[in-house]
Design a protein around this ligand. Sequence first.
Ligand SMILES: *Cc1c(COP(=O)(O)O)cnc(C)c1O
Length: 387
Amino acid sequence: MSDPFFSHIQHALQQRRLQHLYRTRRIVDGVQSTRIVVDGKPCLSFCSNDYLGLANHPDVVRALTDSAAREGVGSGAAHLISGHNRAHHELELELADFVQRPRALLFSTGYMANLGTIQALLDNKDAVFEDRLNHASLIDAGLSSGARFRRYPHHDIANLKKLLLSSNADKKLIVTDGVFSMDGDIAPLDKLVDAAQAHNAWLMVDDAHGLGVLGEQGRGSLEQYQLTMQQVPVLMGTLGKAFGSFGAFVAGNDDLIEFLIQEARTYIYTTALPPAIAEATRTSLRIARQDNWRRQQLHNLIQRFRQGAQQLGLSLLDSRTPIQGLVLGDSDAAINLANRLFDNDILVSAIRPPTVPVNSARLRITFSALHQEQDVDQLLSCLETVL
Ligand SMILES: *Cc1c(COP(=O)(O)O)cnc(C)c1O
C-alpha cells in the first residue's frame, strides 16, 4: 500500500523541481562580512541584511564572549520562569529609549514577535488589514489570529479605505512592513495613519529593515515620517538585521507591553534568548546610534549603484534603501543571472515565488556600510559583462 505521506512529499518535491522553485542551501565558512566564503569559494557578497556591518564588530563580539564567559550560554528558562536576565532587562530599557517609547519587550525572533503580538491583539470578532507584500510572518500572524483577514494591493490606500469602510469588526488592525523586505520601498505611513484614524483602527509597523538604517538617528521609517506612538501604537523591530545580532522586540506603551507579557504565547512559551546575545545587542545598538557614518556610507553606495545601473539601462525597483531589486520576471532568468555572477565571485540572491509574486523573480541586492565604492563598481561591471 502506498504511504500517503511519502507520496505527498515526493509529489511536492517533484513539483518544485519542475517549476524551478527547488531551494538549496550554500554553506558559509568563516566571518560574516561583505567578503564571505561560500561553498569553499571566496566571494563578494550582496546578500546580507547586516546593513550597518555590525555582525562582526570587535566590540560586539567582545560583549558576547565576555558575557558568555561570566554567565554561560543558555538562559535556562522562559522569561516568566527564571530566564529573564538583567541583560534582557537593560536591553529592553535601551531599545525603548532608542525608539522613544515607554516600553519595549524582547522576543526570540521577529517571526515570533509578529505571531505573538497579532494573535494576542485580535480574535474572531476583529479584522486585520495587510499590504499584499507584507513579510510572511505578518501574513501568517494575521491568518492564524482568528480575525477576518483582508489584504490590500501594495500601497493601495484607496482599496484599504474601502475595506475598512465595509468592515463591522470590533477592533481593526492595519499591519504593514515599514520597508518592504523584498522590494526595498517604504510604506506610505502618513497615509496609513490617516486611514487608521479615520476608521478608528490601530496601525502596527514592522520596521525590520528600517531601524538602524533610515532617519538621521537610525530610528527607522517612523523617524523618517516623524510619527508618534499615538499614530503608530505598535512598533516591531528585529535585531538580526541592521543590529547584526539576533532577536526582536515590540515597543509601545506600558499597557500594551504588560498585555503582551500576559497574553503573547510566543513570548510566554519559549526559552529566553541567551543573555550574551542581549549583551552583544546592547553594544551594537550603542554603535548603531553613534556611528552616523555607517548610514551615510550606505546612502552613498546606494546612490552610486543606482546611477551606475541607470547608465547600464537596468530596471531597478524604486527604492532608496539598502534593498535594491533587479526584476527579471522569470525564475529561470533570475537563477541564471545569479549563477553567472557567482561564477565571477559575486554572491547575490535570486528571489523567486512564492517569496515574491509570480513573474516577479528578481535579484535582491543588499548593501552594507562595510562595502567600498570599488565593490559597487565591481558588481556593476560584472552585471554589464554577463547581461
Ligand atoms: C526578517 C524579518 C522578520 C523576521 O525576523 P526574524 O528575527 O528573522 O525572525 C519579520 N519581518 C520582516 C519584515 C523581516 O524582514
